[in-house]
Design a protein around this ligand. Structure first.
Ligand SMILES: Cc1cc2nc3c(=O)[nH]c(=O)nc-3n(C[C@H](O)[C@H](O)[C@H](O)COP(=O)(O)OP(=O)(O)OC[C@H]3O[C@@H](n4cnc5c(N)ncnc54)[C@H](O)[C@@H]3O)c2cc1C
Length: 504
């Protein structure tokens, strides 16, 4: 079997890991080509950068191996980074650079294992320009020519920030904060830095500026001004109301899941866990100062029922619920509630929250909501316009971190997707990314048919499955695709594909 892996980031590593771990392929001469024009293994998130950029999940739960959540922690404890890290706790938050080191090391060990199995694994440091189905396989085109594979797996990952105010080219505007180590020194000083967005990348920028000794004020601006919540210690939470069975019952009655019903189940679940969902969500509503929300999150760090319910729901019922909603309900959910949902399911490490809170309390950091425009001034710097008359002092530097939609393609992913869309081998999903069959990742054709030789993993599938870009979701999807290939092309039938866990 000849496989093209398009994108050699964490999804590509997880996919290769699943293949080399599977016994199905023992004795088979697999031929795998990884196309990666940028950073092999690290992807966008885990590149070499400032150490204050932390993984937002505890070390004991970040793993590139499906079903083995201690895999990264064991690697850390074996001191591969030049000093003993054997005291790293399960619940600690490490820098994303270190997680990148792990991905690089693990890719090397997967390649070594593949070699021992007699496989051929080649890395081609060039972008793929087009992929099309061809004679039961896939034709992969790069600038150097076209090559036929039995399967192409798209692992192109997350896009760069959007530029909603069209500031690209304005002196002092940085459209992308990464790498922090290169971008932020250009902003450090006494000037006022405005960060577009209040999500995890905006948190990275604040931590980076403070680490580098920035002395001027920093303002995070967005329409809603909602900061991520704070990650609580990992605990399993059993869902009693918001379950797959409950969703299925509602679908049986109404044909569709109504948002009002989903909200009712969520509220029941949060109440059963001991919190008032309306009061909890009010912290994320208009008029609540960001530092009050952050302080509240730190106050409930040991018992945050809404976060526990949200995480359990993401893992166990998300896919079923998302796909049971009518498209207009999905659109409404994304347009009206995604920011607040993300604040709950994409929280920051407590250490980051404490640093932000300290900066707010000392007057060095502010968060501003209701931003309607940011414009470059002809005299230099930037004007920030806020609805309702609040004033944000003019900015010397603006750094973009906002992203639009559920899945955006940028950089080398964009021309590839444009070519695939133009030829009909990929169909855009109205909410972002491309149409796929959940669980197997097969791209759907214009006629709605699954194309078994073209598959996708990760953020590209977010429109179809909602929130597919976290490491956990990426690893799970990569393993499901690897299993699907063994079902399809394996020498002997393996165990049936298990779709039960593809919710996360
Ligand atoms: C800044 C940042 C921080 C994050 N932090 C966390 C975190 O703490 N915890 C967590 O769970 N998740 C985090 N994430 C989510 C993150 O996206 C996933 O954890 C994971 O890195 C996604 O891996 P991926 O391989 O799907 O995508 P990516 O890491 O984006 O890798 C995709 C690769 O595809 C390559 N590529 C693109 N187009 C082409 C082409 N045409 N041809 C060939 N190759 C191509 C790119 O060069 C890239 O290397 C973060 C994301 C970002 C952006």
């Amino acid at each position: 079997m000849k496989v093209a892996v398009i994108g050699g980031g964490p999804a590509g590593v997880a996919f290769l890991d699943s293949l080399v771990q599977s016994e199905v392929w023992a004795g088979e001469p697999l031929d795998i080509t990884i196309f990666e024009p940028a950073r092999l293994a690290r992807g966008r998130a885990y590149r070499k950068d400032l150490d204050c950029a932390l993984v937002n999940r505890q070390a004991g739960y970040m793993s590139v191996r499906e079903g083995d959540r201690g895999h990264f922690l064991r690697w850390l404890r074996e001191a591969p980074v030049g000093r003993s890290l054997d005291d790293v706790a399960v619940e600690s938050f490490v820098s994303r650079r270190v997680f990148g080191d792990y991905l690089v090391a693990h890719l090397a060990s997967c390649r070594a294992r593949a070699e021992r199995l007699g496989w051929r694994v080649v890395v081609r440091p060039e972008p793929v320009l087009d992929v099309a189905p061809a004679g039961g396989g896939a034709l992969v085109r790069t600038a150097g020519g076209a090559e036929r594979f039995d399967h192409a797996v798209l692992c192109m990952g997350t896009g760069e920030p959007a530029d909603p105010y069209r500031l690209t080219g304005a002196p002092g505007f940085h459209p992308d904060p990464y790498p922090l180590a290169t971008v932020l020194p250009q902003a450090v000083g006494r000037g006022h830095v405005v960060v577009l967005g209040t999500g995890l990348s905006a948190v990275d920028v604040v931590l980076g500026l403070l680490t580098l000794g920035h002395e001027g004020p920093i303002t995070l601006v967005s329409r809603r001004g909602v900061l991520p919540g704070v990650r609580t210690p990992q605990r399993d939470h059993e869902l009693r109301h918001l379950t797959v069975e409950a969703v299925d019952r509602l679908v049986l009655c109404d044909g569709r899941l109504r948002l009002s019903e989903l909200w009712r189940l969520f509220q029941q679940e949060v109440r059963a866990a001991g919190a008032d969902p309306v009061a909890e969500l009010a912290w994320l509503g208009p008029g609540v100062p960001a530092h009050d929300h952050l302080r509240h999150q730190l106050d409930i760090i040991d018992d945050n029922p809404m976060q526990a319910v949200m995480m359990a729901a993401l893992h166990r019922v998300k896919l079923r619920a998302w796909r049971a909603l009518a498209e207009r309900s999905q659109r409404f959910l994304v347009a009206s509630h995604n920011t607040r949902l993300k604040a709950v399911y994409n929280p920051m490490p407590p250490r980051s929250a404490r640093t932000l809170l300290g900066a707010m309390e000392s007057g060095r950091l502010a968060v501003s909501s209701s931003v309607i425009d940011v414009g470059a001034r002809s005299s230099g710097g930037f004007e920030v316009s806020v609805a309702g008359g609040a004033r944000v002092p003019h900015a010397d530097v603006v750094i973009g971190t906002t992203r639009q939609g559920l899945a955006t393609a940028s950089g080398t992913a964009r021309p590839l997707l444009e070519a695939m869309t133009a030829s009909g081998s990929a169909v855009p999903h109205p909410l972002g990314g491309v149409r796929v069959r959940p669980g197997t990742g097969e791209l759907l054709s214009a006629a709605g048919r699954p194309q078994p030789s073209l598959r996708a993993v990760g953020e590209l599938t977010s429109g179809e499955v909602y929130y597919a870009g976290s490491l956990f979701a990426v690893v799970h999807a990569a393993a499901a695709v690897a299993r699907a290939l063994s079902e399809q092309d394996g020498p002997e039938p393996s165990t049936p594909i298990d779709l039960s866990g593809v919710n996360a």
